[in-house]
Design a protein around this ligand. Structure first.
Ligand code: NDP
Length: 289
């Protein structure tokens, strides 16, 4: 397929992200129809050759592939449910953030070729290096429209389970949010010593980037199923007692570090203190009593 102009594509939703996606399509030469619940959000896109319609049904009828970028699952259902008949036989690419189960529910919609997407980017990154979108669901839709999807960023396909892209997306966000919380804990720790957040950030960014080099090693140990492999930092060595004491001395909350310490302690208390740090995944895998 040529991504330029032999495909009629429609975009439902012109919030910050939907507008960025529609902009990438228009700049990529796609014949693009756009719709948004509230009027007045399409002016820039129309100036770049997009066609705007006032009715979601008109947008669906205009597109052989319909990109959906609304607020959440409820808004997707609200817009798509009344259009089930119109959608039959068309391809839907839903990049709205939904839970894995919600994605699977949408994929089960009668007669729709459904591809679910998780956007690993913010709007200004769309169409730029560094943006990636994770997809799962219909392999036919992914293969057929990949040149068009590549206009948004790197397109990765995870198989026919429509919930897997969302699961991956949310799992990656888990890593991001906990890292951000750790960084902010560090900012709060040094602040009473008069260190500006900006100065701390300048140190933290290269440090945290360098530490991502450890992820592959953890993964190897976990996939190998042996936490005793030589060369790992032991759980005893990882005990965060000093870090917690320093945190308290600074008069700030210990919550962020407490969480990690609890995961470590559960494994040490179960007799695994000499094993590697990756073993705390066993604390995470089980709900605490
Ligand atoms: P915005 O809040 O900017 O836009 C929300 C869009 O949803 C608007 O077009 C809004 O229409 C529409 N909408 C909300 N409720 C309804 C409804 N009941 N019926 C019809 N339309 C509705 O959000 P974003 O564009 O930033 O995000 C869109 C999706 O992309 C979200 O699921 C988000 O999680 C995901 N995403 C966003 C990222 C970001 O950085 N922005 C990053 C990764 C994913 P109206 O203009 O009428 O209010």
């Amino acid at each position: 397929m040529n991504a330029r102009n032999d495909v009629q594509v429609s975009v439902l939703g012109l919030g910050a992200m939907g507008s960025a996606l529609a902009g990438a399509l228009v700049r990529g030469g796609c014949a693009t129809t756009v719709w948004n619940r509230s009027p007045g959000k399409a002016d820039e896109l129309v100036a770049q050759s997009a066609r705007v319609v006032a009715d979601a049904g008109d947008a669906v009828r205009a597109g052989e592939v319909v990109i959906v970028c609304l607020l959440d699952h409820a808004s997707v259902r609200e817009v798509l449910d009344p259009l089930a008949g119109e959608l039959a036989g068309r391809s839907v690419v839903n990049v709205t953030t939904t839970s894995p189960e919600q994605s699977r529910e949408l994929a089960a919609g009668a007669g729709i070729a459904y591809l679910d997407g998780g956007i690993m980017a913010v709007p200004h990154m769309i169409g730029e290096p560094g943006a990636s979108i994770l997809y799962s669901g219909s392999g036919d839709v992914f293969d057929q429209y990949k040149p068009l999807l590549d206009l948004f960023g790197d397109s990765a396909y995870f198989g026919t389970d429509a919930g897997l892209a969302s699961l991956y997306d949310l799992a990656l966000l888990a890593g991001m949010y906990v890292m951000f919380a750790g960084f902010l804990h560090g900012v709060a720790m040094v602040a009473p010593a008069g260190v500006k957040a900006g100065d701390f950030a300048a140190r933290a960014a290269p440090w945290l980037s360098a530490m991502t080099g450890a992820l592959e090693g953890f993964a190897k140990v976990i996939d190998g199923g042996d936490y005793t492999v030589a060369g790992q930092q032991s759980l005893h060595f990882s005990d965060l007692g000093d870090l917690l004491a320093a945190t308290s001395e600074q008069g700030i909350s210990t919550e962020v570090v407490d969480m990690v310490q609890r995961l470590i302690r559960r494994q040490i208390d179960a007799g695994h203190g000499e094993e590697g740090f990756a073993r705390i995944i066993e604390s995470i895998r089980q709900q605490p009593d």
